[in-house]
Write a protein of this length. Sequence first.
Length: 268
Amino acid sequence: MLLARLARNDDIVAVTVPSEFQESARDLVRAREDARMSLMSARHRLSKLLLRHGHIYDEGGNAWTGRHEAWLRRTRKDHLAGGGLGTLAAFDDAYDAVAHTLARRDRLDHQIAALAADSEFTPVTRRLGCLRGVSTLTGFALAVEIGDWHRLTGKNIGSYLGLVPSESSSGTSRVQGGITKTGNGHARRLLIEAAWHHKPQYRPGKTMHDRWALAPAAAAARGDAGNRRLHRRWQVMTAHNKRHTVANTAIARELAGWCWSLAVMDEH
C-alpha cells in the first residue's frame, strides 16, 4: 500500500544502477580527488614550515612553479642547511611528501586521460569539453559521477547537485540561505571551479579550438554559445556588485544546465 501510494503521488524517484565500468571509473576519479587534497595539505605543511622560520616566497609568479621550486632549493641550501638538524629533517620530509604526492596525482591524471580517450564516456567527455573550464579530467569526472544524464533535466540538475539556495519559509515569510550542498559533492566542486574560468574575457584560443575539433559541430556551437552566455552573466553580476563567491555559485548552477544540454545531445 505504501509503494502504491508513493507511485500514485509520483514520489518514487527512478535511479540508475551504475555499470561495473562506471563504478571502476568513479573509483579512479575519486582516487585522483583524494590525491589532489593530499597534495594541497602537503604543500600547506611545507609552506607553513618555512613561514614559521620567516621565509616567504616573493620572487614573482605563482607558487609551486619551476621558479618556486628553485627558490625552495635555494632556501634549503642557504638558510636551513646551517641551522638545526631538526628543521632541516622536517623540511626534507615535507618536501619529499609534496614530490611523492605530486607524482601520485600525475600518475592518476595519465590513467584518467587514457580512459577519457577511449571508453563509453568518451563522447560525453568531449562534448562537455566544449565549455570553458571543463578540461578532459573535469569532463570525464562529471560524466562518470552523474552517469545517466537523461534522468535529469536542465531545470533540476542544479538542485540535484546542491547548487540551489536553501529556503526556510513560513506563511508569507520567505527566507533563502546558502546552497543546499546536497547530492554529489565532487561534481559540485568541479562545477564551482569551472565557473571561475568564465569570468575573464572570452577569446577562444588554441586549446578551446582543439577541444571543439574533437566534438560534433553542433556541440561546439552550443559550447561557444554557453561560454558567451556565462561570461555575460559574470559581467552583469559584477556590474551589480555581487560578491564574487555568490556570483560564481550562480554561474556554476547555470553551467550545470549547459553541461546537461551537451551531455544529452544527440551524437549525430
